[in-house]
Write a protein that binds this ligand. Structure first.
Ligand SMILES: [Fe+2]
Length: 244
């Protein structure tokens, strides 16, 4: 679905030295906007909001890593905005935030007429979140185009990531558009059906194989930009992937 008919518009800004995507979600009816993962170049985000005639009222955090949050103070200096994150991520992070709204998975955030559902997607960090809007999913470092977030940093859990990606692959419609937290592929967005076909992390049915691939195999064998990997390619290395 194109955002043209939706009550909202999603703008991506690629900012900083780590190919981060900062998103601006603007509700058309109210001109309210949410910044997802404000970082690196806040003036660029503010300029984009101004060009769009949007008023930033909310900050949505997918997780608490530095490259996704280092613009929070600058945004708060410029806008009277409320910060949203999962309670479990706030606990993991341990930072005292001004005016946070702490969520649980399944909560819905209202942005004017736009409804944003909070999904708890642990694996990269304990309280990682994806944000679902009609036809769109902002995935942070949970799901990249043909990749997924690493699980070897503090709070990472590859078994949780396995369950999270299985859940997303099974429950989300094929035509939902994925908007990742980093630009690690040749294209900046993808659809869930394309990820089911070509994201190597979605081909595993055996959890132990997934853990081995995420924790040891992947980074030694794959470079950016990430290209599609077929199930056949994965099965050639790890054997047939059946439930179990
Ligand atoms: Fe991260």
């Amino acid at each position: 679905m194109s955002t043209e008919t939706a009550p909202f518009e999603i703008d991506a800004l690629e900012l900083g030295p780590m190919e981060n995507f900062v998103y601006l979600v603007r509700d058309r009816a109210s001109a309210r906007a949410a910044v997802v993962d404000p970082a690196w170049d806040v003036p660029a985000v503010l300029r984009r909001a101004e060009e769009k005639g949007a008023r930033i009222t909310d900050i949505l955090l997918t997780h608490s890593h530095y490259d996704h949050i280092n613009g929070i103070s600058a945004i708060l200096e410029a806008c009277d905005a409320r910060i949203h994150l999962l309670k479990s991520e706030s606990r993991f992070w341990g930072r005292a935030l001004e005016r946070p709204t702490l969520h649980h998975g399944g909560d819905v955030i209202g942005l004017g007429e736009t409804r944003i559902q909070v999904l708890h997607t642990p694996g990269h960090t304990p309280g990682s979140a994806c944000y679902r809007l009609d036809g769109h999913l902002l995935t942070g470092d949970t799901l990249f185009v043909f990749g997924c977030g690493r699980c070897d940093l503090s709070g990472g859990d590859p078994e949780a990531m396995f369950a999270t990606l299985k859940d997303l692959a099974e429950r989300l419609p094929g035509d939902i558009t994925i908007h990742p937290g980093h630009n690690y592929a040749e294209k900046s967005v993808s659809r869930m059906d394309e990820q089911r076909e070509g994201n190597p992390f979605m081909h595993f049915r055996r959890r132990d194989d997934f853990v081995e691939y995420r924790m040891r195999y992947h980074d030694r064998h794959r470079d950016q930009p990430y290209h599609p990997v077929s199930r056949t390619d994965i099965e050639a290395i790890f054997g047939p992937q059946r439930e179990g």
